[in-house]
Design a protein around this ligand. Structure first.
Ligand code: TXD
Length: 319
């Protein structure tokens, strides 16, 4: 059996970390693509030279031509431009939409059978556009945000309860951004729901509310600390978990930006929902009951994503 091929579009902070993790886990041979000449080649060579030390066998190649992603089994997209001072959200949207067009066409031509995970922001709108530009089946294109947002929530909860992160499960749904919806009721320590733990005196509602808010601001907290750039270790780890679930047909139930067509009462939209990832891609979207503030928070988040998608439609009439 030949090795799988992993194509990483965007060789920046997350792209490089994705390449490192994929190599360490021997997920397959790796192609790191970027428009900047030398950057992906340099990172690929550096990473390949860590192979003898870490003991992994994977071919790593840097590329500036889409032909090099030919036949990829998995494509993870981080290509794009971050928001710079003075740039509006719509300016960023316009630039990254053009990037998604180029990437989508590259995937359509060279990797039409791949499972595609988009990470580029604004996530829910970019993954929607990428699916359209690539023309791949909707179940083969998804976005990563929920695994990361949930991981942040899990980390904070584990710290609060002083338990292993391994025993904390948590769900964050909705769009990636200020409007995301951390679901306390569906979050638990070894199966014990967080509201029960509050009743048991393990924490207070005020503290849990503060953790929910810190989760929502999780990306901004790191940007504030780093000053240049945004989080990359945890985002990369999160996308790798999704890729592994696909490659190994693990059928993990993970919060992903998945294409909805009727589910949650929405049509032709990408938004963060629980989904099963297996060899078929997004094999099933799980519709959980949302009540009260969960429902209103989800609706509000969906409204924000719709606004971004409408802005995409105004910018690019081919969509
Ligand atoms: O949860 C999530 N989805 C996210 C999203 C969490 C953290 C960061 N998130 C977003 O991921 C972030 O807002 C960015 O849009 C992406 C990538 O973040 P990263 O930190 O890796 O950004 P970099 O270091 O700027 O890397 C982007 C690379 C850079 O090397 C550019 O040269 C390249 O993208 N780039 C391109 N590559 C290919 N093709 C085109 N057109 C292109 N344009 C820029």
């Amino acid at each position: 059996m030949s090795r799988k091929k992993i194509a990483l579009i965007g060789g920046g902070q997350i792209g490089g970390t994705l390449a490192h993790l994929a190599a360490l886990k021997e997920m397959g041979d790796i192609v790191l693509f970027d428009i900047v000449e030398g950057l992906p080649q340099g990172k690929a060579l550096d990473l390949a030279q860590s192979g003898p030390v870490d003991g992994f066998d994977a071919a790593l190649k840097g590329a500036n031509a889409y032909k090099d992603i030919e036949g990829a089994d998995v494509v993870i997209v981080t290509a794009g431009v971050p928001r710079k001072p003075g740039m509006s959200r719509d300016d960023l949207l316009g630039i990254n939409l053009k990037v998604m067009k180029a990437v989508g066409e590259g995937i359509r031509q060279y990797a039409p059978n791949a499972f595609v995970i988009c990470i580029t922001n604004p996530l829910d709108a970019m993954v929607w556009a990428l699916q359209k530009f690539s023309g791949l089946p909707t179940e083969k294109v998804c976005g990563m945000a929920g695994v990361l947002d949930s991981a942040r929530f899990r980390h904070f909860l584990a710290e609060e309860f002083d338990v292993s992160v391994e025993d904390v499960t948590a769900f964050v749904l909705g769009g990636h951004g200020d409007t995301m919806v951390p679901l306390t009721r569906y979050s638990a320590v070894a199966g014990i729901p967080v509201p029960d733990l509050v009743k048991m005196g393990w924490s207070t509602q005020e503290k849990i509310d503060a953790i929910v808010q810190r989760t929502r601001d999780g990306g901004a907290e790191i940007v504030g600390l780093l000053k240049t750039g945004s989080a990359f270790y945890a985002p990369a780890a999160s996308a790798i978990q999704m890729a592994e679930s696909y490659l190994k047909d693990k059928k993990r139930l993970l919060p992903c930006a998945a294409h909805l067509n009727g589910e949650y009462g929405l049509s032709d939209m990408y938004v963060g929902v629980p989904a099963i990832i297996g060899a078929g891609g997004i094999e099933k979207i799980v519709e959980i009951d949302l009540i009260g503030e969960e429902k209103s928070g989800f609706d509000h988040s969906v409204g924000a994503v719709k606004g971004l998608v409408e802005a995409c439609l105004t910018i690019d009439s081919t969509l």
